[in-house]
Design a protein around this ligand. Structure first.
Ligand code: ZN
Length: 142
């Protein structure tokens, strides 16, 4: 019987826990779907929820591996609300960290006190991650 190839593993790194690819992925391939999640308003969801609409957030249950997809300013996946999961937007190599750009989703992370100093170390790193509306308001170097 074939053993199903695992897509990823969860490790500890400088950011805390992180999702690491266990194989190569092509653009458009599904990495991981949320297993247990709630869709609701900001008031109905936790600080960990990802914004997917004007006041619509998806909140992955504690312990779901998808909690460990960290931010990068040079992300390699997007969150897709058709599958409630992460899809490769760049070719991903085995051992690469799976990352999403929070500022593609979140409007204002400051109001929820979830803005933070980015640790991605990419050449295009924006520094403090504040959400797309706040970045438009305050400019590139928040
Ligand atoms: Zn960064």
């Amino acid at each position: 019987m074939d053993k199903k190839l695992e897509n990823y593993t969860i490790v500890d790194n400088a950011k805390g826990k992180a999702m690491i690819a266990l194989k190569d992925f092509n653009i458009g391939e599904i990495i991981s779907r949320d297993k247990n999640y709630l869709v609701g308003t900001a008031k109905e969801t936790s600080d960990n929820a990802l914004q997917i609409g004007k006041d619509k957030f998806v909140d992955v249950a504690p312990g779901d591996d998808n909690n460990f997809v960290n931010h990068s300013c040079n992300a390699n996946v997007k969150y897709d609300t058709n599958i409630f999961g992460y899809i490769a937007i760049k070719p991903i190599k085995k051992d690469d960290e799976i990352t999403i750009d929070y500022e593609d989703y979140e409007d204002d992370m400051i109001q929820f006190n979830v803005d933070f100093d980015c640790l991605c170390h990419e050449s295009n790193c924006r520094g403090r991650i504040v959400g797309k509306k706040m970045r438009e308001k305050y400019g590139k170097n928040y």
